[in-house]
Design a protein around this ligand. Structure first.
Ligand code: NAD
Ligand code: ZN
Length: 351
């Protein structure tokens, strides 16, 4: 679990006070990994730089890769001969995962790809702080940093991955455009549906999942003010992340990984593209999703899989079928009785 969290409008202004006692000494900088969408923004000017602290702006054109993490670590090590005091990630799931992975890789030898998997991280990471600027992924609270590596797309799942501190400031999400707000928000909604309808459900995942689902319904089907909407979605993201931390995601995520791996389709939109066709598994969830999409006037792209070769479909199906725990959560231990390659192909062909 994340041991420290503050929530509230303009809580970002507390960053300086929060970091002060964590500075090891004057020579050990804080490294701020910041979404480059904020390069010219007020948020960047408010980052409390002291001594040799450094901001590194990072593009979110692509989702995080192990080579990108390794390059960031080398850049930091080349510039500073000692370990930094900490890493602060400011942005969406992409930046949060990068900050988690860099803080782990700075203290663990080799490539970050060596740590993709479960509990492979040997040494504690350096102090790291997550500051989300868009709500939905739950990356601020999870114990994974999802990375695409040379051989697989898989998270660094460990107790050392989890942030030491999170700052939840809903005002930071103000500039998000409607489409991205919807797709990343739907990531949270889909976390809830997959967790609450999964066979791994337990008292913890249920209580977090129910709260997050209620908040998602308020945000996407109700009439909240913009301010209420930002507050609620940020809380929903946290609770949705906690829900899957105690259980697992399901069919939409398994198939979305296939789209991401082959076509580079991003996590949020990829989940939506798949989820709309999963009424067989999540009938109520898909009905709610359709209502939310209509109410918010979102038109999803079509024909994403048109023109793909048999080999392409096989690649996506292979990636999706390899997500065994996700299918087991979705359909039970005998999931192979319900899911085969033809079934997945028929769903991909609709996208
Ligand atoms: P993202 O971080 O890629 O951001 C999406 C877009 O929104 C980007 O263009 C970004 O620049 C922009 N943006 C972010 N904040 C903004 C703001 N305040 N104003 C204007 N634009 C803003 O997208 P995401 O959906 O948050 O994250 C997706 C990533 O999260 C994927 O890499 C996925 O694998 C990962 N993920 C991780 C977990 C986890 O538990 N670790 C869970 C789900 C998803
Ligand atoms: Zn997700």
């Amino acid at each position: 679990m994340v041991p420290r969290v503050v929530f509230g409008k303009d809580s970002f202004n507390q960053l300086s006070d929060i970091l002060l006692p964590k500075r090891k000494h004057q020579g050990a900088p804080f490294i701020f990994l910041v979404d480059d969408v904020f390069k010219e923004s007020e948020i960047a000017t408010k980052i409390p730089l002291v001594c040799n602290d450094q901001i590194i702006f990072v593009s979110t054109n692509e989702e995080p890769k192990t080579v990108q993490v390794d390059a960031l670590v080398q850049k930091i090590q080349r510039k500073f001969s000692i370990l930094p005091s900490g890493v602060i990630g400011i942005g969406g799931g992409t930046l949060l995962d990068l900050a988690k992975a860099v803080s782990v890789a700075l203290t663990n030898e080799g490539s970050s790809a060596d740590y993709q998997g479960w509990d492979l991280v040997k040494k504690p990471s350096i102090y790291h702080v997550g500051i989300p600027t868009i709500s939905g992924t739950g990356a601020e609270v999870s114990r994974t940093a999802v990375l695409t590596g040379p051989a697989k797309k898989l998270g660094i799942n460990s107790d050392h991955t989890t942030f030491d501190q999170v700052i939840l400031d809903p005002n930071l999400t103000r500039g998000v455009c409607k489409e991205q707000w919807f797709y990343t928000g739907m990531d949270c909604f889909i976390h809830c549906i997959e967790s609450l309808n999964g066979t791994y459900l337990n008292a913890f995942s249920q209580s977090y999942g129910e709260k997050a689902l209620e908040l998602c319904k308020d945000v996407f089907l109700g009439k909240p003010t913009p301010e209420e909407s930002r507050d609620k979605l940020m809380m929903a993201s946290w609770h949705g992340g906690m829900s899957i931390a105690y259980s697992q995601v399901g069919a939409a995520h398994a198939m979305s990984y296939g789209l991401g791996y082959l076509l580079g389709v991003k996590h949020g939109i990829g989940n939506c593209l798949v989820f709309q066709h999963l009424d067989e598994f999540y009938p109520l969830g898909v009905r709610l999703f359709n209502q939310m999409q209509e109410k918010r006037g979102i038109v999803m792209p079509q024909g994403i899989c048109a023109g793909l070769s048999d080999e392409d479909f096989d690649t996506m199906i292979g990636v999706a079928m390899a997500m065994q725990p996700l299918w087991e959560n979705a359909l039970g231990k005998d999931w192979r009785n319900y899911i085969d390659r033809e079934k997945l192909r028929s769903i991909y062909e609709k996208i």
